[in-house]
Ligand binder design. Structure first.
Ligand code: AHR
Length: 494
């Protein structure tokens, strides 16, 4: 069966916020320590303690925002432990993640420096689970107050004269679980209270994000929107793609075709979750003022053999690339409500874009998807209808092709395409309606590999990398392209 896509190039459906392409870096395993922060005295080339190779790689993604310090770590983090001279900072136990010593060398100043070097918006997640209202309020004052005040003066004493600009602030994380095991009614009240003291100082206007539901906990969304919706700018949603089950996770590298199919199906489940959570939000917020913020998503597999189970270090194959491409296409399609998302996590944890070993680094297939898809950041979503061939296995069916079309601020039309079939190439025809220049030229890049298990390592970093997609052509006004099995492509027109 054929794959036919119709794009109405003159019908836009809203802006795809660049913040959908956000990232998340937690004090977990080797994400911050080793992956991002090596310290100023390290032999690994660094800028103010942040490793240069990772910095340069991340710059290549035009990361719009970076969430920190957690995750579960956020609700145990006491920000005052992470300021002042590093040698004097408190050494604590990271109880959630491996029980290792956290020396607090990477704190507020270091995170803000990282964001400055990346040109990205900081998204700071505050502590509701084990922190006080005063502690949260003082952190915001420390970061953003310009005048004379105890916290602004402390910031200056620690070497930062000017306040930082801070837009995104999360009021707790997973408060139904590691963030305090709360009931939604209780958290809704706490949210109302804590956010009251998350002040806007000067012209720094904070975008307040409430801790939202886990997966399909629709009651959580209902209660939060009903009790506190008018006091928030965003409500988070966490969903991980976990083939097998939470209790019996599977290998990142060693999987069969059935497990590939199951992973695609589970990745696409985010569409249903967003649709249903959005429908609840619509009842309380028909204007869609409050955004749904998918600030944790991605694959979750077993850790690599021999690594600390608490470090969540997993490899990343073409399967992860497809999960990334599918998920981003879903977020793009829901850009009226989903205005931010953060893949978990940036380096060495879960579905990372970068893996490091000592002074070496590899970009994962997921990295390449983010790099190819960055054309969608702040682009106009175009109306698209997709008549896809079926991808069938074990009596179940998925669309073989997933797609997004958008028009960038440079006027170019970009189409991201995923072929989820592990074995069949896809002949695709694309009818471009409403295109001013019917003779426009088209080019494309594709990410694929002969083996669906293909991945990059620090010793073989280029096993998976995008290449030019050959054979794209216009015939009688129809754009034709062939996508290899298990591939992600982006076509550019104009
Ligand atoms: O990303 C890893 C963990 O997953 C985060 O700390 C937590 O919020 C979620 O359960």
């Amino acid at each position: 069966m054929s794959n036919h896509i119709v794009i109405n190039a003159d019908l836009t459906k809203g802006t795809i916020s660049k913040h959908i392409y956000g990232h998340f870096a937690e004090h977990l395993g080797r994400c911050i320590y080793g992956g991002i922060w090596v310290g100023e005295d390290s032999d690994i080339p660094n800028t103010n303690g942040i490793r240069n190779d990772v910095l340069e790689a991340l710059k290549g993604l035009s990361i719009p925002n970076l969430r920190w310090p957690g995750g579960c770590f956020a609700d145990e983090y006491h920000w005052k432990d992470g300021i002042g001279p590093r040698e004097g900072r408190k050494r604590m136990v990271n109880t959630h993640w491996g029980g290792v010593v956290e020396n607090n060398h990477f704190g507020t100043h270091e995170f803000m420096k990282l964001c400055e070097l990346l040109g990205t918006e900081p998204y700071v997640n505050g502590n509701v689970g084990s922190g006080t209202v005063q502690e949260m309020s003082e952190w915001v004052e420390y970061m953003t107050f310009d005048g004379e005040s105890p916290m602004a003066d402390l910031r200056r004493a620690n070497g930062q004269e000017q306040p930082w600009r801070l837009k995104f602030f999360g009021v707790g994380n997973e408060n139904w679980g590691c963030g305090g095991n709360m009931r939604p009614e209780y958290y809704a009240d706490l949210y109302r209270r804590y956010q009251t003291y998350v002040r806007n100082y000067g012209d720094n206007k904070i975008y307040r994000i409430a801790g939202g539901p886990n997966i399909d906990d629709y009651r959580w969304t209902e209660v939060l929107m009903r009790e506190a919706g008018r006091m928030m700018d965003g409500l988070s949603l966490h969903y991980y793609t976990i083939p097998g089950s939470w209790e019996e996770k599977q290998s990142a590298l060693d999987f069969n075709e059935s497990q590939w199919f199951e992973t695609m199906k589970k990745a696409l489940h985010i569409d249903e979750l967003i649709t249903k959570h959005s429908a609840i939000m619509d009842q309380y917020d028909p204007q869609k003022r409050v955004a749904l913020i998918v600030d944790e998503w991605g694959t979750w597999f077993l850790v690599e053999p021999g690594t600390n189970p608490g470090f969540l270090y997993q490899q990343n194959t073409m399967r992860d690339a497809l999960v990334a491409g599918l998920s981003l296409n879903v977020f793009n399609a829901h850009c009226d409500r989903v205005r931010m998302a953060n893949i978990a996590q940036t380096v060495n944890v879960l579905q990372s874009v970068i893996l490091t070993e000592g002074d070496k680094m590899a970009l994962t297939p997921t990295y390449h998807v983010f790099e190819m898809y960055k054309v969608h950041q702040d682009a106009e979503l175009l109306e698209l209808s997709n008549s896809s061939a079926a991808y069938e296995m074990n009596g179940q069916t998925l669309d073989q092709i997933s797609a997004t079309a958008s028009r960038g601020q440079d006027g170019k039309l970009n189409i991201s395409l995923c072929n989820v079939s592990h074995e069949a190439a896809a002949e695709i025809t694309i009818e471009l309606r409403g295109l001013k220049d019917a003779q426009a030229s088209a080019s494309g890049r594709v990410l694929h590999a002969a083996d669906i298990h293909a991945h990059n390592t620090v010793d073989a970093p280029n096993a998976v990398a995008p290449v030019a997609l050959e054979g794209i052509r216009f015939e009688n006004g129809i754009l034709r392209a062939t996508l290899p099995a298990a591939s992600v492509a982006v076509l550019s027109i104009g």
